[in-house]
Each structure stands twice: as structure tokens, then as C-alpha cells.
Write a protein that binds this ligand. Structure first.
Ligand code: ATP
Ligand code: ZN
Length: 563
């Protein structure tokens, strides 16, 4: 049977992640992992913090910490927030691990052996006062294209053009502000992507099922021609290059970060070598289907650069089968951004509302076919309508009414009729669609189908109207309450990949003991009669509370959402 490997784009270590990061990678991959596990599949879901590169060093410096200390602390912060959002990683690793060092060095050596790396003399900015080279973001200055005076050595934030540190006008050190800089020669390793272009294109062409967003970005890069890329830097923080004459260099962060998908699997296995095998997931892994999830800025590195590294190793590494790409989630003035501190960050989000509210809202409004905008009104509207009025209200009124008229157990008497048959048929159809969208990672469509399934509960109750039937035909009321309570069980199971905490509450209320391997398989008519008369339940606390206009106004003010 096919095994499923799922990786989320690695969150960078420079601080708490925002809701854009969450919906652009971690949350949809979690949805997929939870769904596949629920259907009984063997799933390995891997994520890690991406810890190398100059932004981490600069953030550590700002925090007054050694970079290793800073990364260790921030990793813990991100792991805790992942748990707070119920992200079900099988392992959440660190790209600064010894496993990643070993594997990155392995790839470097293989690529050199196979003739895909060569050494070139390059011109690098050197700071005399700081006594060091200043790669990437260690240099700031004026953008030669747009005159923006806070451009960084790797990219201009204003016009988004990629830059080389030596391109900047009026350069200054980001460490000391010193302008006492000169250009010195330094030898670096280059990945000969130009030699790999045809192979990469042939591999991309083998995947016609990829979303257009993903394949179009890959083909754009390939069509523009692949340039050989410097894959080392004059830095101390990073994976050291273990080659003669390269003692002062480390690999560039974009070289080692994707290798961490493999290395994190090794970290996972090293925790329990008796029971876990990392290599079968990655090496000659023909029975594995590998899905990656990321937002669009990461697509070139996963469709071109990293596959190029894997191909160039001439070893049978598992390459990705399907890439789910996302557009941007925007926050009022622009893209959610860590560096510009724009938007809502995961730590604030869980402080003001439970994680399920965010999970459902974000998945239902995922930036799937185009960029999407977060608005507080939209958040409140979705929560109030779908979660509170539709799902929460159905559960609440069903259980309360049953309890008041029949006691805290499924009532007995009566027989299912045509209404129940029609309900089962409609549910079968909806579930088939829901499964198909979940299989295809069509997130918004899946959420629409789930919402439509919840709506069926209220429609059924409205038609069956047990509160009026009870007066003339208590057995008819008993039938509809049994069915409605079984619907609650069905909702708990089918909603678990989306709102796991709520599903767990429903599981407790109905005494179900649901596990992460449960799904509704087969005819829904059976599921509608699964819990039988006499099965007892408790009434849970309010499942979802409504968000008021005052709260929306308060949050807009607090998070700067009205500018
Ligand atoms: N606004 C956004 N909407 C959707 N996905 C996003 C957004 N911002 C970042 N991502 C994605 O989040 C994942 C983790 O990214 P990472 O931690 O490197 O953040 P980032 O891209 O540096 O964000 P920022 O620009 O805010 O610092 C990546 O897949 C990235 O593409
Ligand atoms: Zn610019």
C-alpha cells in the first residue's frame, strides 16, 4: 500500500510566524496529513525550522544572543505555537541539526564528484572595521534600480529585484553601520544548474497534474534559463563546507534548507531507531507518494533548485510527486510580513480566539487560486455563520432538546422513513465530493462541502421538527433525535482534520473515544444508525461563541486593520 510523505515549507526562524505562513504551508499540509491518517493510511508528516542564513544572525544580534541560543529559543517558541494550533507534525526538526549537516555535506560532495559543482573566484563585500565579509543581508545600501535607500544585499524590498551585495550604491555594514568597505576576492562553490536544465525540465514535464500556479512558476524559471548559482557564503553560521580550502565557508541557506526535509526524517528516526526507519521514506522509496505544501515564493526552490540537487546526486532520492502551491494571504495594506511586522501573528491569534476558529476560517478562505485578503469582518462573519450558527447551534439544540424531553441518552422507538433515506443518499453524495476534494487538496472546495454537510443537519431538524412532533408523535421525535445525534458523530469525524479540538469535544460529549484513524466509510445509512437507543451523552459547553461588532472594532484597532 502507498505510504504518504508530506512536508510543509519550513518556517524561517526569525520570529513568531503569522497567519499567512500558517495558511500558506503548515495548515493545509496538516489538513492533508490528518485526512489521510483518518482514512487509514501510513503517513509521515515532517516540518522543521529553517535556521541558517543572515536574517537569523541579524535577529540574534538584535536580541543580544548567540545565534545558536537564539535559534534554540525560537525553535521552542515555534514548536509550542504549532502545538497550540494542533499541527500534527510527526516530527518538527531543526535545519541546524547534525543530521542536516551530514546530509548537506553528502550532497555537496556527490555534486562535486559528479561534475555539477565548480569553484569560482567571486568579488565579495568586506568590512574592514568589522573584519569580516558581508554576504547577503549583512550589507545595506541604495537600490540601483529604484533608489530605495534601505535595500539589502540579497534583495530590494521596495522593487523586489534580486540583488548582489556589490550592486548596492552607498553600501554600509548591517552589523556596525560602517561604510569602510572594500571588495575582496573569495573562492566559492557554484551549482552548475545550466548543465541540469534539460533534466529538470523533463522531470517537471512528467507532472502535468501540478496546479497551474506551480507549473507556471517552474516553467518561467526554466524558460528564462537557469544560471549557475553560488551555494556557499563567507559565514560561520551554517553547514560548514568540508572541502580543502573552504574551511571558512558554509553552504548557502537555500542549499541546506530543503535537504532538512530528509534530515528531519532522520532526526525523527534517530529518536527511536528500533522502530523508525528514515531511509525507506526517502531512498528507493517507490511505494511513497510525496506531497509538498508551500506558498508561491518557495516554488522555484522546490521545482528547480532542490530537484536539481537531487538529480545531480545521481542517487535514487525520493523526489516530490505533487506540489500544492498557495498565493498570498494579505492583510489590509499588503502581504502579511514578518520583517514589516504586518498582520496577525500566531501567538496573538490563539490568545484572542481558540485555534479551531482560525483553522476553519483560514482553510475556508485559503489563497488558493488567487491572493486572498484577511479582514476582521470576514473572520467574524465566517465564525458566526458557519461555526456558531450552523455547526454549534445544531449540536446544541439537538442535545438540549433530547435531554429535556427524553433524558441524556438516545431515545428509543419509531422507525426510519423516507426522510432518513433521502438524508443518507444526500449525505453519500456530499461525502463523495468531500473525499475527492480532500484527496486533491482542493482546500476551499473541501471546506464548502464540509459546510454543506453541516447545513444538512439543520435542514433535517427543521423538516423533522421534533419539538412539534413530540406533542403528537413522540416516536417520530425519537427517530429524528437519534438520527440528529448520529449526525453529530458524523460531523465530529468528518470535521476532525479541520477543527480537531472541537471534534475531540464532541467525541467526549458522545462518549465516542474517537482516534485519529476514524472516517465514515461505506453507506452513510449505516453511519446514521451507528449509535443506538440507550447510548448516553453529555451536553458540551458552548462549542463556538459569536464574535461581536465591538470585538471586531477592538481588534481592528489593536492590530492596525483599518488603515
Ligand atoms: N502572506 C503569506 N501568505 C501565504 N503564505 C505565506 C505568506 N508569507 C509567507 N508565506 C509562506 O510561509 C512559508 C514559511 O515562510 P517563511 O517562514 O520563510 O516566511 P517568509 O516568507 O519569510 O515570510 P515573511 O516575508 O513574512 O517574513 C513559506 O511557504 C512562505 O511562502
Ligand atoms: Zn529597488
Amino acid at each position: 500500500m502507498t505510504r504518504h510523505l508530506i512536508t510543509s515549507a519550513l518556517p524561517y526562524i526569525n520570529g513568531v510566524k503569522h497567519l499567512g505562513n500558517l495558511i500558506g504551508s503548515m495548515l493545509p499540509s496538516d489538513l492533508h496529513a490528518r485526512y489521510l491518517r483518518a482514512r487509514g493510511n501510513d503517513v509521515l508528516f515532517i516540518c522543521a525550522t529553517d535556521e541558517h542564513g543572515t536574517p537569523a544572525e541579524l535577529a540574534a544580534r538584535e536580541a543580544g544572543l548567540e545565534v545558536s541560543q537564539f535559534c534554540a529559543e525560537q525553535h521552542k517558541v515555534q514548536a509550542d505555537l504549532g502545538a497550540a494550533f494542533d499541527l500534527s507534525f510527526d516530527y518538527f526538526g531543526r535545519s541546524s541539526s547534525s543530521q542536516n549537516k551530514e546530509l548537506t555535506q553528502h550532497f555537496g560532495k556527490k555534486l562535486l564528484e559528479n561534475g555539477f559543482i565548480d569553484e569560482r573566484v567571486t568579488r565579495q563585500v568586506y568590512s574592514i572595521d568589522d573584519d569580516r565579509f558581508l554576504p547577503d543581508r549583512y550589507v545595506e545600501g541604495t537600490c540601483p534600480h529604484c533608489d530605495y535607500d534601505k535595500a539589502r544585499g540579497d534583495q530590494c524590498e521596495n522593487c523586489t529585484r534580486l540583488l548582489d551585495p556589490t550592486d548596492l550604491l552607498n553600501p554600509r555594514s548591517a552589523v556596525s553601520g560602517s561604510t569602510n568597505l572594500e571588495v575582496r576576492e573569495s573562492r566559492h562553490l557554484f551549482l552548475l544548474q545550466s548543465k541540469l536544465a534539460d533534466e529538470i525540465r523533463a522531470w517537471v514535464n512528467k507532472h502535468p497534474d501540478w496546479p497551474i500556479l506551480v507549473s507556471s512558476i517552474a516553467l518561467k524559471w526554466l524558460d528564462e534559463g537557469l544560471h549557475d548559482r553560488g551555494i556557499t557564503r563567507d559565514l560561520k553560521w551554517g553547514v560548514p563546507v568540508d572541502m580543502p580550502g573552504m574551511e571558512d565557508k558554509v553552504y548557502y541557506v537555500w542549499f541546506d534548507a530543503p535537504i532538512e526535509y530528509i534530515a528531519a526524517t532522520k532526526e525523527w528516526a534517530d529518536e527511536d531507531p528500533a522502530n523508525r526507519d528514515w531511509k525507506s521514506w526517502w531512498y528507493e522509496a517507490d511505494d511513497v507518494r510525496y506531497v509538498q505544501v508551500m506558498a508561491k515564493d518557495n516554488v522555484p526552490f522546490h521545482t528547480v533548485t532542490f530537484p536539481g540537487t537531487q538529480l545531480a546526486s545521481r542517487e535514487p532520492w525520493k523526489m516530490v510527486d505533487y506540489i500544492k502551491g498557495f498565493n498570498w494571504l494579505n492583510y489590509y495594506g499588503g502581504k502579511f510580513s514578518t520583517s514589516q511586522k504586518r498582520g496577525i501573528f500566531m501567538s496573538d491569534a490563539v490568545e484572542i480566539m481558540p485555534s479551531d476558529y482560525w483553522r476553519y476560517y483560514l482553510l475556508a478562505n485559503a489563497p488558493e487560486t488567487s491572493d486572498a485578503s484577511f479582514t476582521w469582518d470576514g473572520f467574524a462573519g465566517t465564525v458566526n455563520k458557519d461555526l456558531a450558527d450552523t455547526l454549534g447551534n445544531f449540536v446544541n439544540r439537538t442535545l438540549k432538546f433530547c435531554s429535556s424531553k427524553f433524558g441524556d441518552a438516545l431515545p428509543k422507538g419509531g422507525e426510519n422513513g423516507e426522510r432518513e433515506q433521502l438524508l443518507a443518499k444526500a449525505l453519500n453524495e456530499r461525502l463523495e465530493n468531500y473525499n475527492a476534494h480532500m484527496d486533491d487538496l482542493q482546500v476551499r472546495k473541501a471546506m464548502q462541502e464540509l459546510r454543506a454537510i453541516w447545513v444538512m443537519g439543520n435542514e433535517y431538524l427543521t423538516e423533522a421538527a421534533p419539538w412539534t412532533a413530540f406533542k403528537t408523535d413522540p416516536e417520530a421525535a425519537a427517530v429524528s433525535l437519534r438520527i440528529a445525534i448520529n449526525l453529530i458523530r458524523i460531523f465530529a469525524i468528518l470535521s476532525a482534520p479541520v477543527i480537531p479540538a472541537t471534534s475531540a469535544k464532541l467525541s467526549t460529549a458522545l462518549g465516542l473515544g474517537l482516534t485519529s484513524n476514524e472516517w465514515i466509510e461505506g453507506d452513510c445509512a449505516d453511519a446514521l444508525n451507528f449509535l443506538q437507543a440507550g447510548h448516553s451523552f453529555e451536553i458540551p459547553d458552548v462549542l463556538f461563541r459569536k464574535i461581536s461588532d465591538d470585538e471586531v472594532a477592538e481588534w481592528e484597532l489593536r492590530f492596525g486593520g483599518n488603515e
